[in-house]
Design a protein around this ligand. Structure first.
Ligand code: NAD
Length: 258
């Protein structure tokens, strides 16, 4: 089989958490273009439904919208049951939902800390665990987590210790699962984006004024676009990456190099 054939995802069943907007939406579009049917999982079901309709119209592929809060084990189990009713199997799972709260460490409240860790780290564990159980039963699958370059470096100048800690946790959680499930046919990798222009940034009055500074700090002198993560997502979801597990892919316009 040639490489372009291996990059196809025809017939694959995939879910993306946080798929209603931003990076998750772009990943959903990318894997659908490569042939997959996709479940858009999000807390925000109205936006998830709109996204599913829009992407179905654009690609002609099957999209379903499923509401779940990834921090709640019972909702994650229900989400998996709903996806299996529609799709029968799960070939790839993108554990992507995440938030950022910026606050100086000495002022961060317990609730702020807990919210970031619950969604970004515990939520990734719960969705990866639930997807992993299905994939072990099936005899294989691919799990892709969204970490961040903030799991590798301390961003400057904004204070975000909980976010950084959660993303470092995602990277080592991903490697741990890859090792545990290596002989069960389940591959687990993470994508660590640099600054990408999404609502996570544009909705934050704290982050928007920093965009110009980040552009100057990035060797390629711009933020990334969500569609620039599609190729790695398609690669990791399918057979082209069969020997790739336990890896973290930093895609950041060389931000972390300097
Ligand atoms: P976004 O805010 O545009 O989208 C995040 C989506 O996640 C939203 O649709 C939201 O409703 C959903 N979500 C939030 N909490 C949830 C929960 N508890 N359960 C289910 N869904 C939930 O954000 P984005 O920029 O697309 O970020 C996606 C991922 O990429 C996050 O993990 C983020 O940390 C990571 N990331 C983003 C950047 C960036 O610069 N934008 C950089 C590195 C990593």
């Amino acid at each position: 089989m040639g490489i372009m054939e291996k990059m196809r995802l025809d017939g694959k069943k995939i879910f993306v958490t946080g798929g209603a907007r931003g990076i998750g939406k772009s990943i959903a579009l990318g894997v659908a273009e490569a042939g997959a049917d996709v479940a858009i999982v999000d807390l925000d079901i109205e936006e998830a439904k709109k996204t599913a309709q829009q992407l179905a119209a654009e690609t002609g592929r099957k999209f379903i919208a499923v509401q779940a809060d990834v921090t709640q084990p019972d909702q994650v189990e229900q989400m998996i049951a709903t996806i299996l009713e529609q799709f029968d199997r799960i070939d790839a799972a993108f554990c992507n939902a995440g938030i950022c709260i910026n606050a100086p460490a000495e002022e961060m409240t317990f609730e702020q800390w807990k919210k970031v860790i619950d969604i970004n780290l515990t939520g990734v564990f719960l969705t990866a665990q639930a997807a992993g159980k299905v994939m072990i039963r099936q005899g294989g699958g691919s799990i892709i987590t969204t970490a961040s370059m903030s799991g590798h470096i301390v961003n400057y100048p904004q204070p975000q210790c909980a976010y950084n800690a959660s993303k470092a946790g995602v990277i080592l959680l991903t490697k741990s699962l890859a090792v545990e499930w290596a002989l069960k046919g389940v591959r687990v990798n993470s994508i660590s984006p640099g600054y990408i222009g999404t609502e996570l940034i544009s909705n934050s009055p704290f982050l928007v004024p920093l965009i110009k500074q980040w552009e100057e700090m990035t060797p390629v002198r711009r933020l990334g676009r969500p569609d620039e993560l599609q190729a790695i997502a398609v690669y990791l979801a399918g057979d082209a990456s069969k020997f790739t597990t336990g890896s973290d892919f930093v895609i950041d316009g060389a931000f972390t190099c300097v």
